[in-house]
Write a protein that binds this ligand. Sequence first.
Ligand SMILES: C[S@@+](CC[C@H](N)C(=O)[O-])C[C@H]1O[C@@H](n2cnc3c(N)ncnc32)[C@H](O)[C@@H]1O
Ligand SMILES: Nc1nc2[nH]cc(C(=O)O)c2c(=O)[nH]1
Ligand code: SF4
Ligand SMILES: [Mg+2]
Length: 218
Amino acid sequence: MYRIKEAFYTLQGEGAQAGRAAVFCRFSKCNLWNGRESGRATAVCTFCDTDFVGTDGQNGGQFETAADLAAHVALLWPHDTGRPYVVCTGGEPLLQLDEPLIAALHQRGFEVGVETNGTLPAPDGIDWLCVSPKATAPVVIEQCDELKLVYPQIDAMPERFESIRARHFFLSPMASPVAPTEGPDRLKTANTRKATEYCLAHPQWRLTLQMHKIVGID
Ligand SMILES: C[S@@+](CC[C@H](N)C(=O)[O-])C[C@H]1O[C@@H](n2cnc3c(N)ncnc32)[C@H](O)[C@@H]1O
Ligand SMILES: Nc1nc2[nH]cc(C(=O)O)c2c(=O)[nH]1
Ligand code: SF4
Ligand SMILES: [Mg+2]
C-alpha cells in the first residue's frame, strides 16, 4: 500500500532539473517531522514548507499496488510523446518508494526522480537522485546526482557534505515555511543573500532558487 498526499503536473522548480515538466508525486509522512505545527519546534527538521499529512490533497489517495500508483501517475502526464518525468517527493519518499514501484513507473515510460533527506537507503533504479540534508540527521546516501542543501542551517553547514559524491552541489536559500506573498521579490531575503555570498566564496557550490514560488505554480 502506498499513501500519497497529492500528485500534480508542474515544472520542477529547483536544482539542475529546474524548468523541466514533471508529475510530482508527494508521498505522505516524514521521518524527521510529524507534519503538525504543534510538533515543528521539537522536530529534527523545523523549516519544512510542505503539507504531507494524510492522503487528502489533489489526486491523493491510497494505492494498493505499484501498478495502481504508476497508472495514476501516468494519467497526470498530459502528452502522448516524449519521455515522461516523475518526481517522487514528500514527506520522505524513501519511507515508501521501493523497487516494484520504480519498475512500474519505468514500465509506464517514466524517468524517475527522487527528492530525499538522505537519511534512508535508496532503492536501485532511480534515474535522478537529489539529496537535501537536514540539521543533525545522519546522511546514509553516499552518492547522488545532486546535493541540494537548504542554507543556512546551523547544524548542517556545506563543509559537512563535501565528501558525498554528487554531480552538482546546490545551496537553496531557506524560505519561510509560510510565505504569504509571491512574485519576483519574494525570495530576495536575508537567506538568499547569505547563500549568494557563500557561493561567491566557494565556487564548488551553486545557487538554486525555488522558481515555482517566483512564478506562482505548484
Ligand atoms: C518538502 S521536501 C520533501 C523531500 C525530502 N523529505 C527532503 O527533505 O528532501 C522537498 C524539498 O523542499 C526543500 N525545502 C523544504 N522546506 C524548505 C524551505 N523552507 N526552504 C527551502 N527549501 C525547502 C527540501 O530541502 C527538499 O529539497
Ligand atoms: N514546482 C515544484 N518544484 C519542486 N521541487 C521540489 C519540490 C518538492 O516539494 O519536493 C517542488 C515543489 O513542490 N514544486
Ligand atoms: S523538508 Fe523533507 S525532511 Fe524536512 S520535514 Fe519536510 S519532508 Fe521532512
Ligand atoms: Mg516543495
